[in-house]
Design a protein around this ligand. Structure first.
Ligand code: PRP
Ligand code: MN
Ligand code: MG
Length: 174
């Protein structure tokens, strides 16, 4: 469906939306007396962030940072920050929104930075998580789906810039 590769449907739009409703319920109860600042990591998380925030029923803020580490299908390990943060993180309860945690390099770098800026708490919510980051353990508080080590796209996730617009998540056909 994009470029030269063949993909098969893997997680449907309706499975995604029911899982997001559950994640929203957890956040609403965990942050009941707080006012979290969500920070979505662009580009990949834009669709997940929009749908997740519709399930959040407590007062909250949202902002965005843009970083990139992937080229085509490989996580390069070289995490570049392309658009920075305008908000004060100090004393805020920050929830970082990711579409996927793969090697964990992006999220590790961002966690370090936000903790050093004096957030009162920093948690991570990711729609997808791959085995390469299993050792991050409790650093990722909310996980939508733990998935095998296979390339995925759709619902914000891209293959060389394409496929972010797809409603469902697809997996590379082997
Ligand atoms: C992808 C994805 C995560 C990160 C995960 O972003 O959206 O941010 O890689 O990989 P890691 O755990 O191995 O660091 P990418 O760098 O491709 O930028 P994009 O969101 O603009 O696609
Ligand atoms: Mn990303
Ligand atoms: Mg990408």
């Amino acid at each position: 469906i994009v470029k030269d590769k063949e993909f098969v449907e893997y997680i449907s739009a309706s499975e995604i939306s029911s899982r997001i409703a559950e994640l929203g319920t957890s956040i609403n109860s965990d942050y009941k007396d707080k006012r979290p600042l969500f920070i979505a990591i662009l580009n990949g998380s834009f669709m997940f962030a929009a749908d997740l925030l519709k399930e959040v029923a407590i007062p909250c803020e949202i902002s965005f940072v843009k970083v990139a580490s992937y080229e085509e299908m490989e996580s390069t390990g070289n995490v570049k920050q392309l658009i920075g943060l305008n908000e004060t993180i100090f004393n805020k309860d920050v929830i970082i929104i990711e579409d996927i945690v793969d090697t964990g390099r992006t999220i590790t770098k961002i966690l370090e930075e936000f903790i050093s800026l004096g957030a009162s708490s920093v948690e991570v919510i990711t729609l997808l998580q791959k085995p390469a980051s299993n050792d991050l353990g409790d650093k990722i508080k909310y996980i939508g789906f733990s998935i095998p080590e296979k390339f995925v796209l759709g619902y914000g996730l891209d293959y060389d810039g394409l496929g972010r617009n797809l409603k469902d998540i697809y997996q590379l056909k082997d």
